[in-house]
Design a protein. Structure first.
Length: 189
C-alpha cells in the first residue's frame, strides 16, 4: 500500500502506521463504500472488491439542462435522447427507458444528484434514497456525483436514470397508448 501511495505522490512522507492500518481495515468484508483520507491530498476508497487510490477530486459542478424531444444532449459522458408520442416500443440499443407519455410532464430536464434525492421506483410502495438504489445497482461511488438524472423540469421529481428502475408514477402500464422513450448512451463527450 505504501508503494501505491509512493507511485501516486512520489513519496510517503507523513503516511503513518495509523494510515496503513486504516487502509488494511478497508480490506475487511462489508467495507465497500468506505474512504480513507491520506496526506498529500490522496483519498483511497473501496468499491466492491477493489481499492482505488487517487488524488482528492474537486467537487463536480452541479448541472441542470432541459431535455427536449429530438434534441440530444451530452452530460458527464452520457448522450441522452428523448422521443415523445411513440406508439411501438423500439428495438433495444444501449440503455432505453420506456415511459407512459401521458403521465410524463411536457418539460423534462437532466441534472446531477443532490443530497437526499429519493423517489418511488417501479415495484415499490415507498420512496427509496437514490444513494441506496445506486449501491444496489453497483454504480461505483466515484461515478455517482456525475450520474445523470432525468427529472420533471417544474417539480424536480426523478423520472429515471441509466441503470436504475424507472419512477413508478411514470412507468408504462397496461392502458398506456403512447410512449416517451429516453435513450442513454455512455461514452459520449
Amino acid at each position: 500500500m505504501r508503494e501505491a501511495i509512493r507511485q501516486l505522490c512520489g513519496h510517503t512522507r507523513r503516511v503513518t502506521s495509523q494510515h496503513v492500518e486504516a487502509l488494511e481495515r478497508l480490506l475487511e468484508p462489508g467495507k465497500s463504500g468506505r474512504r480513507v483520507l491520506l496526506p498529500a491530498a490522496v483519498v483511497v476508497w473501496r468499491e466492491f472488491d477493489a481499492l482505488t487510490f487517487r488524488h482528492r477530486p474537486r467537487r463536480p459542478q452541479p448541472y441542470w439542462r432541459e431535455l427536449r424531444p429530438g434534441e440530444p444532449i451530452v452530460v458527464e459522458g452520457f448522450g441522452i435522447w428523448l422521443e415523445r408520442g411513440v406508439t411501438e416500443a423500439p428495438p433495444s440499443s444501449g440503455q432505453i427507458v420506456l415511459l407512459d407519455d401521458e403521465r410524463v410532464p411536457e418539460r423534462l430536464a437532466v441534472r446531477s444528484r443532490r443530497p437526499g434525492d429519493r423517489y418511488v421506483p417501479l415495484g415499490r410502495q415507498r420512496p427509496l434514497k437514490l444513494k441506496t438504489l445506486m449501491w444496489a445497482q453497483r454504480i461505483p461511488i466515484s461515478e455517482r456525483d456525475h450520474w445523470p438524472l432525468v427529472v420533471t423540469a417544474e417539480e424536480d421529481r426523478i423520472v429515471c436514470a441509466p441503470g436504475l428502475p424507472v419512477a413508478a408514477e411514470f412507468a408504462v402500464r397496461a392502458e398506456t397508448r403512447r410512449l416517451a422513450v429516453i435513450r442513454f448512451e455512455r461514452g459520449r463527450e
